[in-house]
Design a protein around this ligand. Structure first.
Ligand code: AMP
Length: 422
C-alpha cells in the first residue's frame, strides 16, 4: 500500500456530506451578499507570493511547496488565495468590468506546516475579497458575512475579535513605539521574535512562545497610534457592527501573520476546536493591488478554513440527506420491469437505486434501509399481472398498490413530503 502524503487527507463518504453542507451554506451566503465566484489555478509563479504574501512571512520563508518546473521556471502550489485573486483581478482588468468587485473562491491551499488537529499541509479555504470599496460599512459587511457563515453552520462558542493595524501613514510611528517599548527586553525574546524585530516588528504580537508572553502583553496597542483617518474608519466599523448586533471584542494582539494588512483585521475563533482555533481571518489590504502591479484600488477579505468549519459543526447539524427511492424486484420478470422503472425514476429527476445481485425481497428491503431510502417500489409477478407497483413508505412501513403509470408521480410525492428534494 502506498499511503497518502503526510498532512493530506481523503474526504470519505460519510464526512463528505458535512463538506457539501459547509460548501452549500457558504456558496448560498456569498451569493446572497452579492459575491461572484472566480476560480484560479492551484499553481502560480513563486514571486507572486514572495511579493504578495511577503518575503518576511513564515508562509514564504518556510512553508511553500515551491519548485523549479521542467521549463526552469520557479513555481509554487498556492499557500493562500488573496495574491492569486489580486493577480486575476489585475490581469483581466476586472476593475473596468466590475467597478465594485466582490469575489469568492473555494479550493485547496498548500503549506508545509507541522500537521496536527486542524492544521494540514493540504487544506481548503473559502476566500472572499472585495476590491475598490474603501468605506467602513464594507469592512462591517465582510465581517457580517463571516459571522453569518459561522452562525448559519450553528457553530457554538464562536468569538469575533477585531483590531486596526493602521496604514502607511501611522504604522511607522506605532512600530517605533513598539521597538522603543521593547528596549532592553528584546534580547530576552525568542529567536523568531529577534528576527521579526528586524524584518516586521508587528509580527512579534503573533508569537506563541510561552516565555515571551509577559513581555508582549506589556507592549503598546496599535489602536492608540492610529492617524485620524484610520481612527475614524475603525470607529465607524465598530458602530456598524454594534448596530447589526454582532458581538465583538478588540484584541490588541491581532496583527495577523501577513505583510499586507492595513486598518481593519479580524478573526473568528471557534473555542471548541482546541489549539488551532482560528476558524477564519482577514482584513483590509489597501496597498496590495497596486503593489502587485495593478491600479490603486482598495481591498478587503477573509479566508475561512473549511476543515475547521467541518470540525466545528455541531453533532446535531441539520445536514439534509437527499431522499432517495429504491427499486426491489421479485423474480426474473420483476427484475426486467424493475430495471425499466429504475431508469424512468432517474430520467424523471429522482435519485433511485437498485440491488443488481439477485436476492430475496427481504434482503433488498434491508439494503433499502441501509441506504436510508424514503420509498421502495416493489415489482414482482403479481404486480406485473395487475399492471401495478407496490409502494412502500420506508418511514412508516405502509404499503399500497399504485397503477404502473402513476408509480413515478407517487414516488415523487413521497420523496417531496419531507420538504426536501425534488
Ligand atoms: P490564513 O490564510 O493563515 O489567514 O488562514 C485563514 C484560515 O485558514 C485560518 O483561520 C484557518 O481556518 C485556515 N488555515 C490556515 N492554515 C491552515 C492549515 N495548515 N490547515 C488547516 N487550516 C488552515
Amino acid at each position: 500500500m502506498i499511503p497518502a502524503i503526510r498532512g493530506t487527507h481523503d474526504i470519505l463518504p460519510g464526512d463528505v456530506q458535512k463538506w457539501q453542507h459547509v460548501e452549500r451554506v457558504a456558496r448560498d451566503l456569498c451569493e446572497r451578499y452579492g459575491y461572484v465566484e472566480l476560480r484560479t489555478p492551484v499553481i502560480e509563479r513563486e514571486e507572486l507570493f514572495a511579493k504578495g504574501t511577503g518575503e518576511t512571512t513564515d508562509i514564504v520563508q518556510k512553508e511553500m511547496y515551491a519548485f523549479t518546473d521542467k521549463g526552469g521556471e520557479r513555481v509554487t502550489l498556492r499557500p493562500e488565495a488573496t495574491p492569486s485573486l489580486v493577480r486575476a483581478y489585475v490581469e483581466h482588468g476586472l476593475d473596468q468590468l466590475m467597478p465594485a468587485t466582490k469575489l469568492f473562491m473555494m479550493g485547496p491551499m498548500f503549506r508545509y506546516e507541522r500537521p496536527q488537529k486542524g492544521r494540514y499541509r493540504q487544506f481548503h479555504q473559502l476566500d472572499v475579497e472585495v476590491f475598490n470599496m474603501g468605506d467602513p460599512a464594507v469592512d462591517a459587511e465582510v465581517i457580517d458575512l463571516a459571522w453569518s457563515l459561522v452562525a448559519a453552520l450553528e457553530i457554538a462558542d464562536a468569538e469575533l475579535v477585531i483590531n486596526s493595524v493602521g496604514c502607511a501613514a501611522c504604522r511607522p510611528t506605532f512600530q517605533k513605539a513598539l521597538l522603543a517599548a521593547l528596549g532592553d527586553d528584546l534580547p530576552k525574546l525568542c529567536q523568531d521574535c529577534q528576527r521579526r524585530a528586524k524584518t516586521n516588528p508587528l509580527r512579534i504580537y503573533d508569537c506563541k512562545v510561552e516565555a515571551d508572553q509577559p513581555i508582549i502583553d506589556r507592549l503598546p496597542h496599535s489602536v492608540d497610534y492610529l492617524c485620524e483617518a484610520c481612527a475614524t474608519h475603525f470607529a465607524a466599523v465598530q458602530r456598524q457592527l454594534t448596530d447589526w448586533h454582532i458581538p465583538w471584542r478588540i484584541s490588541h494582539r491581532l496583527v495577523r501573520g501577513l505583510d499586507y494588512y492595513t486598518r481593519t483585521t479580524f478573526e473568528i475563533l471557534g473555542h471548541a476546536l482546541g489549539a488551532q482555533n482560528a476558524l477564519l481571518g482577514g482584513g483590509r489590504y489597501d496597498g496590495l493591488v497596486k503593489d502587485l502591479g495593478g491600479p490603486d484600488r482598495t481591498g478587503i477579505g477573509f479566508a475561512a478554513g473549511l476543515e475547521r468549519l467541518v470540525l466545528a459543526l455541531p453533532e446535531t447539524a441539520k445536514i439534509a440527506a437527499t431522499p432517495r427511492a429504491f427499486v426491489a424486484a421479485i423474480g426474473e420478470d420483476g427484475r426486467a420491469e424493475a430495471l425499466r422503472l429504475l431508469r424512468e425514476l432517474r430520467q424523471a429527476g429522482l435519485p433511485a437505486q437498485m440491488e443488481f445481485e439477485a436476492r430475496g425481497v427481504r434482503a433488498q428491503l434491508k439494503r433499502a434501509d441501509r441506504l436510508a431510502a424514503r420509498v421502495t417500489l416493489i415489482v414482482g409477478g403479481d404486480e406485473l399481472a395487475r399492471g401495478e407497483v407496490t409502494l412502500r413508505d420506508m418511514q412508516t412501513g405502509d404499503q399500497r398498490a399504485v397503477p404502473r403509470a402513476e408509480a413515478i408521480d407517487a414516488a415523487r410525492a413521497l420523496l417531496a413530503r419531507d420538504g426536501a428534494h425534488p
